[in-house]
Design a protein around this ligand. Structure first.
Ligand code: IFM
Length: 463
């Protein structure tokens, strides 16, 4: 590693990310668990759903043109399981695969490397009816999906994420019930579903490697990021502890008696091959049944850890352990109310890579705003530029100190269906008019293109 880097180094993936349910629309696919969830009264803002979304299924050519114009060298997108397995049988439908085949070719032609996420939440409804993640077989179904997709795209796609944020599709979906499938189960069932998801991750890694030995595989979890209140070693230690401690004393987990946002419940099995001891103690009888070889299946060597970082909490050393520092009035927040903490892009990669030594790819980072096209037709999202500038500076600081950074994917490529928040908040670098489906590159997309052209050099210059 160059001790004084002048930019993000090569090869570095610069681009943006999407997921299928959020952009594709329902044309050509079977019903998914999210279609059913959106029909449940009161679950999604304004009764919105992903039936149309960005119509990316039919507009993908135009969209790839936008991505090229935005200067990305990489694009992260997910496979719609309900498109590849529309009736819920794990047998793939070739027409679903054809779609991704064409998309991948178009991206490669545009000089954009595809980074694929195998599972980003749109489980076929029929699989959910057969138990979904509560059914251990779901792990096999996911690995079959991975084999089919990786087999078809072998030699053209080399970068893979197994799954996106099990914290969300298990924690929000099966425990809080605010995401699909929208159920609130007891902790034991939730942890069992999570265990099956982790098995699905491990089996998918093997399937991807079996399809092509040159495949590079990672995953994309999210989790709490604690930022030390000061650089005093006691505060730094308190923040580190808050990121991983799963005992009931953790101030970041106290109100959530479940593994929802804990890094260690999910990442310890994946990288270290076991669940964290403090969590096993805390969850007691709710701990899932772990069969012989399960942990070996889950712990597969990974090529990168896809960190998902939006926000954080400031933590200090208190008299009785880590304490959260309250936010002052008027603290900057996104339109979803998420506090803006650029420092999370330094401390997050640092704490994660210290505990789980593995190169970091930022799989998602971005900000929700409610901007609109101005009278001249441009979209002046200066707050997003400022957000990006600040977060990327912190990421560069981490890399300059020796961090192994391999890529940055902005969330999101384009405005889209933001799950239970519907269409009211916009995350895209590309503005989508949901009435006309017109795409407009926002100012942030143009600014980001310059950053990419110089490989982020501006963040490494000393002022
Ligand atoms: O839109 C989501 C994405 O699907 C998963 N990670 C967080 C994003 C913003 O909420």
């Amino acid at each position: 590693m160059n001790p004084s880097p002048k930019n993000f180094g090569a090869p570095f993936a610069w681009g943006a990310a999407t997921s299928p349910y959020q952009i594709e629309g329902k044309e050509g696919r079977g019903p998914s668990v999210w279609d059913a969830f959106c029909e449940m009264p009161g679950k999604v803002f304004g009764g919105h759903n992903g039936a149309v979304a960005c119509e990316h299924f039919s507009r993908w050519r135009e969209d790839v043109g936008c991505f090229r114009a935005a200067g990305w060298n990489a694009y992260r997108f997910g496979i719609s399981w309900s498109r590849v397995c529309p009736d819920g049988s794990p047998m793939p439908d070739q027409r679903g695969l054809d779609y991704y085949d064409r998309l991948v070719d178009a991206l490669l032609e545009a000089g954009i490397e595809p980074w694929i996420t195998v599972y980003h939440w749109d489980m076929p409804l029929e699989m959910h009816r057969r138990g979904g993640w509560l059914n251990r077989d779901c792990a096999d179904w996911m690995a079959e999906l991975a084999s089919a997709v990786a087999g078809r795209l072998a030699g053209r796609v080399r970068k893979w994420f197994t799954m996106n944020e099990p914290q969300c599709f298990i924690g929000l979906g099966y425990y809080r019930g605010v995401h699909a499938p929208g159920v609130s189960l007891d902790l034991g069932s939730v942890l069992a579903a999570g265990h099956h998801a982790l098995l699905g991750h491990g089996m998918t890694v093997s399937a991807l490697r079996a399809a092509d030995a040159q495949n590079q595989v990672g995953w994309a979890p999210s989790g709490v990021i604690a930022i030390p209140a000061t650089t005093d070693p006691a505060d730094v230690e308190a923040a580190r502890e808050a990121c991983f401690n799963m005992s009931g004393d953790n101030p970041l987990g106290r109100n959530e008696p479940n593994p929802l946002w804990a890094n260690s419940w999910w990442s310890d099995p994946v990288f270290l091959g076991h669940y964290p001891e403090d969590a096993l103690q805390r969850f007691g009888a709710a701990v899932p049944a772990i069969r012989t070889h399960d942990m070996e299946t889950i712990r597969q060597p990974l090529d990168f850890n896809g960190a998902i970082i939006y926000t954080g909490s400031v933590v200090r050393a208190g008299h009785h352990g880590p304490e959260v520092v309250p936010l002052p009035d008027g603290f900057p927040v996104s339109s979803l109310g998420w506090p803006v903490f650029p420092e999370s892009m330094y401390w997050g990669p640092k704490f994660l890579s210290e505990r789980y030594p593995c190169p970091i790819v930022i799989a998602e980072n971005g900000v929700a705003l409610r901007e609109w096209p101005d009278v001249q037709g441009g979209v002046a999202d200066s707050a997003r530029i400022d957000f990006l500038h600040r977060y990327l500076s912190e990421f560069a600081k981490w890399r300059a100190g020796g961090g192994d950074a391999r890529g940055y994917f902005h969330w999101s490529a384009m405005d889209n269906f933001e799950w239970s928040e519907g269409y009211k908040d916009r995350f895209g670098l590309i503005h989508v008019d949901f009435q006309t489906q017109k795409r407009t590159l926002k100012q942030s997309a143009h600014w980001f293109a310059e950053v990419i052209r110089e490989n982020g050099a501006r963040f490494f210059r000393t002022p």
